[in-house]
Design a protein around this ligand. Structure first.
Ligand SMILES: Cc1cc2c(cc1C)N(C[C@H](O)[C@H](O)[C@H](O)COP(=O)(O)O)c1[nH]c(=O)[nH]c(=O)c1N2
Length: 247
């Protein structure tokens, strides 16, 4: 362990107003992209910048449990698309009538349209038997990897690169297809590419699948509220959500 850490410290006041505005613009204008991808290639330098942003994410005990598998090959993406398609049909089978039609009408991936796909994984054994901060909750490595995904997503937005997260897969089948070892988990399958435009609100809200929950309903003070309050809230959401009876 090192002794004097002073020379590693830097002042940490707020950013300038324009920098703050840029951060919030990035957060609020980030979208999950399914269809707006352009065929233009994403350069290696750009991709590396985004992956460096991902690699700067916080991780439990500084475990850095992630790997990033870059998939550009069309045949490989076609095979992944088939795995998606099978899972998506299975998902649709759980619905009926109008709900099923609404679900099937949604585009839920851009695997073939996006020129780059990235499979983000979490190596559950990295860091050995004792990982600081993971002693009482072994899933902290999974959460850490999600932080890396979010960093990637936000950096991509700032650079005009769209990202879409696809999770409708039989993950075991996807793991086998990509040769991923048993002790490594798939956290995210991302479709990545330049975009010319983005939805201004979440596409699922625009298409009437689900509304935004008002923030004030999600903030509690000191203690989880009485069960009746929570139940009322969820009932209210269900009533407001008549447009989408599926969820
Ligand atoms: C863990 C996880 C998994 C998925 C997603 C997100 C996350 C965080 N999302 C994207 C999701 O639908 C989207 O984030 C919300 O609808 C909100 O929209 P914006 O991201 O704000 O555009 C997503 N979208 C999609 O079309 N197919 C998918 O399989 C998934 N899976």
């Amino acid at each position: 362990m090192t002794g004097n850490t002073n020379r590693h410290m830097a002042a940490a006041g707020p950013f300038s107003e324009s920098e703050i505005a840029a951060v919030y613009r990035t957060i609020y204008s980030r979208r999950d992209v399914r269809n707006e991808f352009l065929p233009d290639p994403v350069s290696e330098q750009t991709l590396l910048r985004l992956l460096n942003a991902a690699h700067a994410a916080p991780s439990v005990g500084y475990m850095q449990p992630w790997n990033f598998m870059i998939i550009r090959d069309e045949a490989n993406r076609r095979a992944v698309h088939q795995i998606f398609d099978d899972a998506n049909n299975e998902a649709a089978e759980r619905l009926h009538g109008e709900q099923k039609r609404n679900y099937m009408a949604l585009k839920l991936q851009g695997i073939l349209k996006a020129p780059v796909n990235i499979c983000v994984t979490c190596d559950r054994k990295r860091g050995g038997g004792f990982v600081l901060g993971r002693t009482h909750n072994p899933d902290m490595d999974l959460y850490s990897t999600v932080c890396a995904v979010q960093n990637f997503w936000l950096a991509a937005r700032a650079e005009g690169i769209g990202v879409g997260w696809v999770s409708i897969f039989d993950h075991q089948r996807l793991k086998e297809h990509l040769g991923i070892p048993e002790s490594v988990e798939i956290i995210a399958y991302l479709c990545v590419g330049h975009v010319s435009e983005l939805f201004t609100s979440p596409e699922l809200a625009v298409k009437g699948w689900r509304d935004k929950i008002p923030l004030e309903r999600l903030i509690y003070s000191e203690r989880w509220p009485e069960a009746s309050h929570v139940l009322d809230f969820y009932r209210e959401i269900e009533c407001r959500k008549t447009k989408n009876p599926a969820s």
